[in-house]
Design a protein around this ligand. Structure first.
Ligand code: NAD
Length: 524
């Protein structure tokens, strides 16, 4: 029976020491310029001229590693290789494909410390977040392996005399996986292994900023026994090779997690038939959110402050599930805001590599500039109840809490993807829910309340993909909180849930008339 991979307990000194050692080892390899990534096609590593240098989010002068970027010709070569290997992988038994996922999980367990160190340095994720990223990746492998064993044999349909009815699933073909940087292992892994276990070939195109982690994962996939002609790794520029692959008539499905603008562009391109295309592309999009936490008048403020703080500021708010709006009911508004701002002034700000850090630098200088501009613009039309301080070196953005934010403002309506919260008061719980769902997004949300009728009301009316009651709105676990939203937060079924794998397959129904008079003898 599936169980979530345990997360590491960093209150234990040996666990902390193990990560420190892994970070030191990685630091040495960084100093020796040993860290690199490159395209892998048909099991072969390619070195191209164009190289992307990944800079440390905490010290922009330091290059962590270099990625040799895939070219458009590589994209075409990868597709050709997968086309040739498609039938072989499809015919590999379900049991073997599931076993391959378990080997990928086992390898990630054994490389857990090295992977954590790389995520901490490359993605700039604080320790606990990096550890959870790996645990989630392992969960995806184990859960989807179980799921495929459930779905992998033909189902018997209604029994009628003289008729045998079967229902089965077949893979779609070549799946293109395009992943974001903020869950550099978990999301890249989840989408890729779902494609592979269902019998599809997969091309993984990781985000530019986290290609080093993508490469470490790609090596694990191949070492675990995925056929080299069933999997290709293509680090490269989204607008170049991402686009090239999206347009290819050979791609049968696209699994994308990232921004709304790119997701909608992909959906649009997928609707145009390419030369010789014989399949309508299936597209799964997991996009952004504008997630709200509601604090009811009778809420336990200790819990609400803790939940909101972590949801808004951990990993500097760079999660699609992060809290970016807080709606407080009636008289709880002032006490909650006071305590929330007090608590925000005590969060530990620093590089991800330091064990206690909650608020780390954002992913890159471009993100830092963009979020600082959002804060500057918001300061002209809303009141900042709190603005933290940050070190001067590194891509830091201060934790910022705006109060009485107008519902018409872009701060209230648009995804920021940084440590910025917009708060406002609601006259009643019903009004708070109405404000929360008045958004183009519907990804996550949370409610802190001690009123049972308000819990019932939230369950009925607070319509988001993942609703949490009396806890924060981040930290979904595979199988326990299958993850994903609707409205402009995406299309497709929830990752880590019972419907997810179905999207990677086409159902077929087969009916046999069994009333005939015997079979033609056949030699064996
Ligand atoms: P992004 O859209 O900039 O990039 C995502 C991926 O798309 C990258 O691999 C990128 O190289 C590629 N890409 C860029 N342009 C492309 C193009 N024209 N064609 C094909 N591929 C292209 O997003 P990001 O900055 O990496 O991630 C942040 C966004 O992701 C946020 O909006 C966040 O909410 C969202 N996100 C959603 C979820 C979810 O599960 N719903 C999870 C994580 C992140």
């Amino acid at each position: 029976m599936f169980r979530n991979e345990p997360i590491t307990d960093f209150s234990i000194a040996e666990n902390r020491a193990a990560v420190e050692t892994a970070l030191k080892l990685l630091h040495q390899r960084i100093a020796n310029n040993e860290i690199y990534a490159c395209p892998i096609i048909n099991g072969k590593e390619l070195r191209n001229k164009e190289v992307f240098e990944r800079h440390d989010p905490a010290d922009f002068r330091l290059v962590i590693g270099r990625t040799s970027l895939a070219t458009e010709a590589d994209a075409d070569a990868a597709l050709a290789s997968l086309k040739a290997g498609k039938d072989h992988w499809e015919e590999t038994s379900v049991a073997e494909r599931a076993a391959t996922l378990r080997r990928i999980a086992a390898q990630m367990r054994s490389e857990r410390l090295a992977l954590a160190a790389l995520i901490i340095r490359e993605a700039g994720k604080p320790w606990r977040e990096a550890d959870a990223d790996i645990a989630e990746a392992i969960d995806f492998c184990e859960y989807y392996a179980d799921e495929m064993l459930r779905l992998g044999s033909p189902f018997k349909l209604m029994d009628v005399l003289g008729e045998d009815n079967q229902y089965l699933y077949q893979p779609r073909g070549i799946a293109l996986v395009i992943s974001p940087w903020n869950f550099p292992l978990a999301i890249a892994c989840g989408m890729t292994v779902a494609a592979l276990v269902t019998g599809n070939c997969a091309i993984l195109k990781p985000a530019e900023s986290t290609s080093l982690i993508g490469y470490a994962f790609a090596k694990i996939v191949l070492a675990a026994g995925v056929s080299p002609s069933a999997f290709a790794f293509l680090p490269g520029r989204g607008e170049l090779i991402g686009r090239r692959l999206v347009h290819s008539p050979d791609v049968a499905m696209i699994c994308f997690t990232g921004s709304r603008a790119v997701g909608l562009e992909i959906l649009n391109s997928a609707a145009t038939l390419g030369l010789g295309q014989t399949t309508i592309k299936k597209v799964i999009l997991e996009l952004g959110g504008k997630n709200a936490i509601i604090v009811d008048e009778d809420a336990d403020l200790d819990e609400a402050v803790k939940g909101a703080l972590n949801s808004a500021f951990s990993y500097a708010g760079q999660k699609c599930s992060a809290c970016s709006r807080i709606i407080v009911v009636g008289g709880a508004y002032e006490p909650f805001l006071r305590r929330f701002c007090d608590a925000a002034s005590n969060i530990i700000v620093g590089p991800a590599a330091e064990s206690g850090t909650l608020l780390c630098p954002v992913i890159d200088v471009a993100s830092q500039k963009r979020i600082l501009a959002v804060i500057a613009e918001s300061e002209t039309n809303a009141h900042a109840a709190f603005k933290g301080s940050t070190p001067t070196e590194g891509n830091y953005v201060p934790a910022t809490i705006f109060r009485d934010v107008a519902t018409s403002s872009s701060l209230w309506r648009e995804e920021v993807f940084g440590p910025v919260v917009a708060a406002r008061q609601a006259a009643s719980f019903e009004e708070a829910v109405a404000l929360a769902i008045d958004s183009q997004y519907a990804l996550t949300g949370a409610v802190f309340t001690r009123t049972p009728s308000h819990i019932d009301y939230a369950k009925r009316k607070f319509k988001v993909g993942n609703l949490y009651i009396n806890r924060g709105c981040t930290g979904a676990l595979v199988c326990r909180q299958p993850f994903g939203g609707f409205k402009l937060s995406g299309v497709g079924s929830k990752a880590g849930g019972p419907d997810y794998l179905l999207q990677f397959m086409e159902p077929r129904a087969i009916t046999e008339n069994t009333m005939r008079r015997g079979f033609t003898p056949q030699s064996t």
